[in-house]
Design a binder for this molecule. Structure first.
Ligand code: NM2
Ligand code: OGA
Ligand code: ZN
Length: 390
C-alpha cells in the first residue's frame, strides 16, 4: 500500500494494491472511492462540458480495467492519475465530502428524505404561510416559502389578488402549470350537474388528487375567490406521517398497502376514462416513501391482492383511513378570498368540510409539478445562501 501524505494538513490518501480503490481520510474519517467511480465522475473539461456541466463521455469510453497509479492530497484537493489512460484529474475535497458514498446505508423500510419534516396537528401552532406580496416581490421570501413546501409538503399564501386566474401567478413563482382533462385551471364550486364530487357542497374525505392518473400531478394549488358560505373549511394531513404511524403500529398492514397495487378510476365525464394501478403507499426499490395515493371516491375494485390477503388488506386500509381521519393528524384552516395553498400531492392529503346555506364558495384549482418547484428552490438556495447573504 502506498501512503502519500503531504504532512501539511489532516487529509491523507492511500491506494489499494490493485489500484481499484483509494482510501481518503478527510475531516477525521476515511472514505473509500472506486477508481471507476472517480474516473466516471471526473470534473475535467474533456469529461464534462464546461458550458452546461453535462457528461461528454459514455461509460464505454472508460477502460474497464483502469486503475489508479498515483494519488495525492492537499488541504482542499485530491489529484488522481488513472492508468493506462495516463490521465490526471483534480477533485475538490468539498466535492468529495458531498458525494462520498462509503457510509452506513441501513435505512428501515418506509424511510423519508432528511429534507422532509413529518408533522401532525401540532404544526397548527406554526402553519407554514406567507403574504402573497412578499413572496411575489422578494426572492428571499420566495426561497423561505418554497423551502416550507419542500419540508412540510405544503404552505399557504395569503392576501393575494381576488381575481379569477390569479392562481397562475402563484404557479409562475415556481414552475409550470400542468393541464389535464379538468382544464388548465378548474372552478371548484357547486354545479348543477357535477362531473366530480369536488363540484358539490359535500364534505370530501382527506385525499390525494387524481390517483387515477399516471403519473399523478405532484402539485395542487387551490386558490379562494369567494368564501361567504358557512362551512367549507380545509384540512390537511401529512400522508408520510400517517404511513409511518401505520408502519409503527402494524408493520404487516404497512407491508400490505405498500406491496400490493390498489386500483383507481375516474370516468365521471363521457369523454374520460382514466385508470391507474399503484400501491396506496408507494416505496422506491430501496424502501423510501415515494408517494401516497388515497381517495375513497376514486378507488376502483381492487383485483391485484391475493385472495388470502384481501381481508387483512382491508383491515390495513381501514386503519390507514382512521389514522388519516384522526383529528390528531390534521391541521385545518379557512381560506378567505385571496388565500391559497400549494401542496405536494404525492405526500399531503387535503379534505374539505361540507358547506351549505347563505353565501357562496368559489375556489380555482390547478396542477403543477414538484420537480420544477425543487429546481427553482435549488437555484434560489445557491443564489441566496444565508451564510453568504446574512
Ligand atoms: N378536481 C377538482 O382527484 C379528484 O378527482 C379530486 C379533482 C375535479 C380537478 C377532484
Ligand atoms: C379539490 C378539492 C377541496 C375544496 O378540488 O380537489 O379537494 O376545498 N377541493 O373544495
Ligand atoms: Zn382534491
Amino acid at each position: 500500500m502506498t501512503e502519500i501524505n503531504n504532512g501539511a494538513d489532516m487529509n491523507s490518501v492511500s491506494i489499494d494494491p490493485d489500484g481499484q480503490i483509494i482510501r481518503l481520510t478527510m475531516a477525521n474519517r476515511t472514505y473509500r472511492f472506486h477508481a471507476i467511480w472517480l474516473r466516471d465522475n471526473a470534473l475535467d473539461p474533456n469529461t464534462r462540458s464546461t458550458g452546461n456541466g453535462q457528461r461528454l463521455i459514455a461509460l464505454q469510453d472508460v477502460d474497464a480495467h483502469l486503475s489508479v497509479s498515483h494519488a495525492q492530497v492537499t488541504e482542499d484537493c485530491l489529484t488522481v492519475t488513472f492508468m493506462l489512460e495516463n490521465k490526471t484529474v483534480d477533485y475538490p475535497i468539498n466535492w468529495l465530502l458531498t458525494h462520498a458514498y462509503d457510509k452506513p446505508n441501513n435505512h428501515a423500510k418506509g424511510w423519508h428524505k432528511p429534507a422532509h419534516t413529518l408533522w401532525d396537528r401540532r404544526l397548527m401552532s406554526h402553519l407554514p404561510e406567507a403574504e402573497f406580496d412578499a413572496v411575489a416581490t422578494s426572492p428571499q421570501a420566495l426561497k423561505v416559502w418554497l423551502n416550507h413546501i419542500a419540508q412540510f409538503g405544503f404552505a399557504k399564501l395569503n392576501n393575494g389578488p381576488v381575481q379569477p386566474g390569479a392562481l397562475t401567478q402563484v404557479v409562475d413563482l415556481f414552475g409550470h402549470l400542468r393541464e389535464t382533462n379538468y382544464g388548465r385551471i378548474f372552478e371548484v364550486r357547486v354545479e348543477e350537474k357535477p362531473t366530480n364530487l369536488a363540484y358539490t357542497g359535500l364534505a370530501l374525505q382527506a385525499h390525494t388528487d387524481n390517483p387515477y392518473r399516471d403519473p399523478v400531478p405532484t402539485i395542487q394549488v387551490l386558490y379562494c375567490l369567494e368564501s361567504s358560505v358557512p362551512g367549507g373549511d380545509n384540512v390537511l394531513v401529512d400522508g408520510f406521517h400517517a404511513a409511518t404511524q401505520l408502519r409503527q403500529e402494524n408493520p404487516r398492514g404497512f407491508d400490505l398497502l405498500s406491496h400490493y397495487c390498489a386500483r383507481f378510476e375516474y370516468a365521471g365525464d363521457a369523454d374520460v376514462c382514466l385508470q391507474a394501478r399503484r400501491p396506496m403507499i408507494e416505496l422506491s426499490a430501496d424502501g423510501q416513501l415515494q408517494g401516497i395515493r388515497f381517495n375513497n371516491r376514486s378507488a376502483a375494485p381492487f383485483t391485484d391482492i391475493p385472495f388470502e390477503h384481501m381481508q387483512d388488506y382491508y383491515a390495513a386500509y381501514r386503519r390507514f383511513a382512521e389514522i388519516i381521519d384522526d383529528p390528531a393528524s390534521e391541521v385545518g384552516f379557512r381560506l378567505n378570498a385571496g388565500d391559497c395553498f400549494v401542496l405536494d400531492n404525492t405526500r399531503i392529503l387535503h379534505a374539505r368540510r361540507a358547506f351549505s346555506g347563505a353565501g357562496t364558495r368559489w375556489l380555482q384549482g390547478c396542477y403543477a409539478d414538484m420537480d420544477g418547484l425543487l429546481s427553482r428552490l435549488a437555484v434560489l438556495n445557491t443564489t441566496y445562501d444565508d451564510a453568504l447573504t446574512g
